[in-house]
Ligand binder design. Sequence first.
Ligand code: PLP
Length: 313
Amino acid sequence: MQLFTALDAAAALRPDRPLLVTDPEHFPTDRYLADAVARRRDLRVRRVPPADLPRFLTAEGHRVAVVSYAPVDFRTGELYDIGALTRAVHDAGAHALWDLCHAAGALPLDVDALGVDLAVGCGYKFLSGGPGTPAFLYVAHRHHAALETPLPGWTGHADPFALAREYTPAPGIARARIGTPPILSLLALEAALTAFDGVDLDQVRAKSLSLTGFFLRCADELLSPLGFTSVTPADPGRRGSQVTLRHPHARGLVAALADRGVIADMRAPDLLRFGVNALYTSHRDLLTAALHLRDLTRTAAYDPTPPATGPVT
Ligand SMILES: *Cc1c(COP(=O)(O)O)cnc(C)c1O
């Protein structure tokens, strides 16, 4: 809902331009909604890898209404330069929408200072709000007055309890509200966020980089002789808070790891993804995961051809 609102509202901010630009490898919902909003708003979708975006904008930027990207690639963990890309988007006169699902709570990101136009993110990844926790929407203050949201509801009305027949948007971001909020999930999220009270996100980032750097070393020393390769950049400036390894038996290995209490996830066909939350993951946890993986592979103690569908997706 937040992503649909953000994409549609971003498109409405530049109705004079025909292109919506997004990452061909974006998360599925982001891809589907880009198509849905493009149909609704009569835009054309261009799929441009983040590394090619500045070049694309130099050539076609004058036709671009909105670009929609994530700072961290959810498969590989690669981190993009959100500030530089946002500047390139603005130089083209377009607006930048960032999906912060894999960044919020993992990296210090000052979206106001970076000039981000709109952003969304979920509360259940690095923010630890638990399944079903509400997502969030950010809109830069300079866009509030012109903000047109596609889902007007009574709680976004300027005077909600007047229950008026006609919609008058509330001033500012409050117009993005739709209906009664999920109070129990919000309470869980609120409790989870207290873990960040008094925490310096630069320190969270430093620990995260230490953890992912350590796991990359474990992978190099313990797992590369067994056919694993890392697809996450070794350069700390270019990685988020996850490490992704490639192995042809990723699915069976992730399932076998889960049986040993190590929860990773699998991205078809051959990626094993290890998310690292610096608030509670330890170096020891990561060494344990690497040792289990080495042991499973050495002893072939996993199913190399499990069914293509199942509990691990
Ligand atoms: C996890 C994720 C989503 C999905 O969020 P839901 O709350 O499950 O809809 C969307 N975008 C990105 C980039 C994600 O990583």
